[in-house]
Design a protein around this ligand. Structure first.
Ligand code: GDP
Ligand code: MG
Ligand code: ZN
Length: 362
C-alpha cells in the first residue's frame, strides 16, 4: 500500500485542527513515526519525511507519533513547522539514569493495555501500564489476547477486572473471532487507539484483523525523503478503513513511571478511596489511629498485594519528584552563576580604562 494520498479525516483530523492549521504555515499532517532528527508525516499529499531538529530546538518539544503538525518547505527540505497542542500524551520515563520523559504516542482516545492469556498475567506490569495509561488522559482498556488458547478466559478476565476497577476488560481471539466486536467497538471513525504490550502477544495480528487484512504485515509505506526520492519506511500509525487510527508501539518491556501521581491514584482507586477516610492527611497507613486504609484491609476492600504494589509505585513516583526538584535546583544555581558571571563581565567592560602610566606611591 503506497498511500499516495491520505484523507486528513482518516488520520484523526478535526475542524478544530483545521482552524489551527489555517493559522500556521505549511501543509497539515500527522506524525506516523518519530525518529531522531526526522519524522514520517502523513499529509494530504502523501507520506513525507520531514526534518524535525528545528522545531525541537525552537519549542523544546520532540515530535511524537500521533502529533498533529504542519510541514513547511525550508530550502527544498520538508521540515516540521509547528506541533499542535496535544490533547492526551502517553509517556513513560525514558530508560536510563536521567529522569527524562519519552512520549510513546499523542492525541489518543484509548490505550489498549494488552496481555496474552497463553501465559500467566504479570500484575505488576499490568498496573504500571494502567498507571501510565491513566496518566495520559486517555481511557485504558485491557485486552486479553489469545482467549482461544485457554479454557477459562472469562475467569481470567474477572480476576483482572478485580485489580482494574472501572476499566473495561475484554478477553478476545483473532483466531475464533470471540469478542472481536467488543474490541472493534473502540475503533470508531475519528478516534485513535494505541496498543501497549510485550511483543508476541498479538498486536500486529489485531491490527491486520481490524484493517480487514488490508495492512501488510510489516507496516511499511513509501515516503518522499528530503531529496524528493521515494523510499520505504516503517510507520507506527495505521489508518483503518473505518476512519479510525491505530498506533502500534514496538513491544515495550520497561514501563518507567513519568509524573504519574494521578495515574497511580486512579489505578489504585480502592486505596485512594480508603485513604480519604484516614484521620491524618499524612497518614502512613501503619499504626496511626483512624486509618481508613487499614480499615479497608481488615474488611477485604484492599488486598495486601495491592497495598504493596501501590507503596512501591508511590515510592518510585516520590523519588522521581525529588530527583526532578534536585535537577531544577541545580539548573537554577547554574543559571544564577551564569548570570552573575555575565553581570561581572559587563561591569568589567563598563569600567573606564585608566589611561596613561600607573602612578606609583612614593
Ligand atoms: N492462538 C492465537 N494466536 C494468536 C492470536 N493473535 C495472535 N496470535 C499469534 O501470536 C503470535 C504473535 O503475534 P503478533 O501479532 O506478531 O504479536 P506482536 O508482537 O504483539 O505484534 C503470532 O504467531 C500470532 O499468530 C490469537 O488470538 N490466538
Ligand atoms: Mg508486532
Ligand atoms: Zn491511613
Amino acid at each position: 500500500m503506497t498511500e499516495r494520498t491520505v484523507n486528513l479525516a482518516d488520520i484523526g483530523w478535526t475542524d478544530e485542527l483545521a482552524t489551527w492549521a489555517a493559522e500556521h504555515d505549511g501543509r497539515p499532517g500527522r506524525v506516523a513515526r518519530a525518529n531522531r532528527g526526522w519524522s514520517l508525516v502523513f499529509t494530504d499529499d502523501g507520506a513525507v519525511m520531514a526534518a524535525s531538529g528545528s522545531v525541537r530546538a525552537d519549542t523544546g518539544v520532540a515530535p511524537a507519533t500521533g502529533d498533529f503538525v504542519t510541514v513547511v518547505d525550508v530550502d527544498g527540505v520538508p521540515t516540521l513547522g509547528s506541533i499542535a497542542e496535544r490533547t492526551t500524551v502517553l509517556t513513560r520515563r525514558a530508560p536510563g539514569r536521567q529522569p527524562e520523559p519519552q512520549v510513546l504516542a499523542s492525541n489518543i482516545d484509548d490505550v489498549f493495555v494488552m496481555h496474552g492469556l497463553d501465559r500467566p498475567i504479570n500484575y505488576r506490569r499490568l498496573e504500571r501500564q494502567l498507571t501510565i495509561a491513566f496518566a495520559s488522559g486517555a481511557t485504558p482498556v485491557v485486552l486479553l489476547t489469545k482467549s482461544d488458547e485457554v479454557r477459562h478466559a472469562e475467569e481470567a478476565a474477572a480476576s483482572v477486572a478485580r485489580i482494574a476497577p472501572g476499566v473495561e476488560v475484554i478477553p478476545f481471539s483473532t483466531k475464533t473471532g470471540e469478542n472481536l466486536a467488543a474490541v472493534e467497538a473502540h475503533t470508531v471513525a475519528g478516534r485513535t487507539v494505541v496498543l501497549l504490550g510485550l511483543s508476541g502477544i498479538g498486536k500486529s495480528t489485531l491490527v491486520n484483523e481490524l484493517s480487514g487484512g488490508r495492512v501488510q504485515r510489516t507496516a511499511e509505506v513509501r515516503a518522499t525523503d528530503q531529496k524528493g526520492r521515494h523510499t520505504t519506511v516503517t510507520r507506527d500509525l495505521i489508518p483503518l478503513p473505518n476512519g479510525s487510527v491505530v498506533i502500534d508501539t514496538p513491544g515495550i518491556r520497561e514501563i518507567g513511571l513519568w509524573q504519574a501521581h494521578e495515574g497511580i491514584r486512579r489505578t489504585f482507586s480502592e486505596i485512594s478511596d480508603a485513604e480519604a477516610a484516614c484521620r491524618f492527611s499524612d497518614c502512613g497507613h501503619e499504626d496511626e489511629p483512624g486509618c481508613g486504609v487499614r480499615a479497608a484491609m481488615a474488611d477485604g476492600r484492599i488486598t495486601a498485594r495491592r497495598l504493596e504494589h501501590w507503596r512501591d509505585l508511590v515510592a518510585e513516583d516520590e523519588l522521581q519528584d525529588s530527583q526532578l526538584e534536585e535537577f531544577a535546583r541545580r539548573a537554577e544555581s547554574r543559571d544564577r552563576a551564569d548570570a552573575d558571571r555575565r553581570a561581572n563581565n559587563e561591569r568589567q567592560a563598563r569600567r573606564p580604562r585608566k589611561g596613561g602610566k600607573k602612578r606609583r606611591r612614593r
